[in-house]
Ligand binder design. Structure first.
Ligand code: BES
Ligand code: MN
Ligand code: MN
Length: 462
């Protein structure tokens, strides 16, 4: 493995230069105006894979954005790893809050990243982490050290629900046959505390529309007599949590898997400093479900959040109006064993039930996803833990993640395999936010660690 390390050392500047080029492509999957850019990112991903030495690479067109699949099958008796990642990124808005343009990558030092971090949309989520895999593979190939079959599966629709990847997995089940799936799309606890994500929350996402009168009205002439849908929506949303910050939807918690007090004590051993947590976010206090710690609230407990709310007059100055309609987008993060379709149904029923008869309510479900848990007693977990120990000098901590990657549970259902969530970002890297960044230390740690994963997974001991 010295040859692998030496290759990485020798090529580190080029790896970064190439990543910068990749990050320049604004592959925003949610925005139709960027459709061609997403396509361009797929083509670029294909070229990087070919350049890394992957024998067979195809860009599969779908009803949405393309799926890039690379296949490098060496021997029947080698273990087979599917590497999943996504080359699409979140929209960069609000643009005015970025200190440098989101698609003009810039390297800057920060308190947490003294060696520098690369600032760009997608740097951490997930183009930078996907790129680590390409470069780790290239390094293994150049050193002649690869003893696994590797199949790369890179999609362009993760941030919009992975609808077409789901279809693709079902129709290409045989081509995707593997022993495990390796994913770097999560975080470590901090740069001195490696961790492996052992669970992800699921997601139920709905849009609600509340309609009052059939047109916008003069708020002086009609206000006080006709229901104002914005007032009503605000009240309905407020009622979805009780004073203990528990969700009031009947049946919502019925299937929630409660952890034992031992498991809870174990997970609360992870490093967490409340004062600096609040300080980083500039909040004077925290808020969440009574009886649970921050680490629990963001990992093993379900939540309900309004992601956006609008209606009525929001332009310059004041316009007196009683609006006809009000809207909100609401997400619920789910934990094992909650089912997204069931939860969406419970929400929908409850939301209609609590609406006063003076308004009409419409609930439209968006994409969702099932929660996932991954084992710590598997061969792949052992290989990942050993690899991280090698490069960080200590064993990783198993930790649940609060975000969602719905495709993980699908891999389980369709391919019949568990995933290893070995990510290298940090929760403070501002993914989905302005000024997203990825530490150079993290980028290179990823490139160094991934080859050891293959090494140990193939059965090597040191
Ligand atoms: N990489 C994230 C998920 C993530 C982030 C997991 C941090 C664990 C820690 C992924 O790209 C993402 O943002 N997923 C979406 C869900 C999707 C259905 C839009 C999410 O979690 O909101
Ligand atoms: Mn991601
Ligand atoms: Mn994301």
């Amino acid at each position: 493995m010295e040859a692998v390390e030496a290759y990485i050392e020798k090529n580190r500047d080029r790896f970064l230069t190439e990543l910068i080029e990749f990050l320049r492509i604004p592959s925003v999957s949610a925005d139709p105006a960027h459709k061609e850019d997403v396509q361009r990112a797929a083509e670029a991903t294909k070229q990087y894979l070919l350049q890394a030495g992957v024998t067979q690479v195809n860009v599969h067109e779908t009803a949405g954005h393309p799926i890039v699949m690379g296949s490098h099958v060496l021997a029947k008796d080698y273990p087979t790893v599917v590497v999943y990642g996504h080359y699409d990124v979140q929209p960069p808005d609000p643009l005015e809050l970025w200190d440098s343009p989101p698609f003009e990558p810039l390297i800057k030092k920060t308190k947490i990243h003294p060696d520098g971090a690369i600032f760009a949309r997608g740097s951490c989520d997930d183009k930078g982490q996907l790129f680590m895999h390409v470069k780790a593979f290239e390094s293994l190939m150049q050193a002649g050290e690869l003893r696994c079959n590797v199949k790369f599966l890179f999609e362009g629709e993760e941030e919009v629900g992975s609808d077409n990847l789901e279809i693709f997995c079902r129709t290409h089940k045989d081509e995707l046959a593997c022993d495990t799936v390796l994913i770097s799309d999560t975080a470590i606890l901090d740069n001195n505390t490696p961790s492996i994500t052992t669970g992800l929350r699921g997601l139920s996402y709905v849009e609600v529309e509340v309609t009052g009168p059939n047109k916008d009205l003069h708020s002086g002439v009609f206000g006080g007599a006709v229901a104002n849908p914005v007032n009503v929506l605000a009240q309905m949303i407020a009622s979805l949590h009780d004073e203990k910050k528990r969700i009031t939807i009947p049946g919502f918690y019925d299937k929630v898997l409660e952890l034992s007090s031992e498991e809870r004590a174990e997970m609360n051993k992870a490093p967490y400093d409340e004062a600096s947590y609040m300080n980083e976010l500039n909040v004077a206090d925290l808020m969440g479900e009574e009886g649970y710690t921050t680490l629990e609230r963001t990992a093993i407990r379900p939540t309900l959040d309004v992601n956006g709310i609008w209606g009525g007059y929001t332009g310059e100055g004041a316009k007196t109006v009683l609006p006809s309609k009000a809207f909100a987008k609401i997400s619920m993060r789910l934990v094992p064993n909650q089912d997204p379709d069931e939860i969406t149904e419970l929400f929908s029923k409850h939301f209609k039930k609590i609406a006063p008869s003076s308004v009409q309510v419409k609930v439209t479900p968006h994409h969702g996803g099932k929660p996932a848990v991954t084992p710590t007693d598997s061969a792949e977990y052992a290989a990942a833990a050993k690899a991280m120990n090698k490069t960080f000098g200590k064993d990783p901590i198993p930790a649940r993640g609060g975000g969602s990657i719905p495709i993980v549970s699908l891999f389980e259902d369709v391919l019949g395999v568990k995933s290893v969530l070995m990510g290298f970002g940090l929760d403070s890297d501002d993914i989905h936010s302005p000024n997203e960044h990825f530490g150079l230390y993290n980028f290179y740690q990823g490139i160094r660690t991934i080859p050891y994963f293959y090494h140990y997974y193939a059965g090597e001991n040191d």
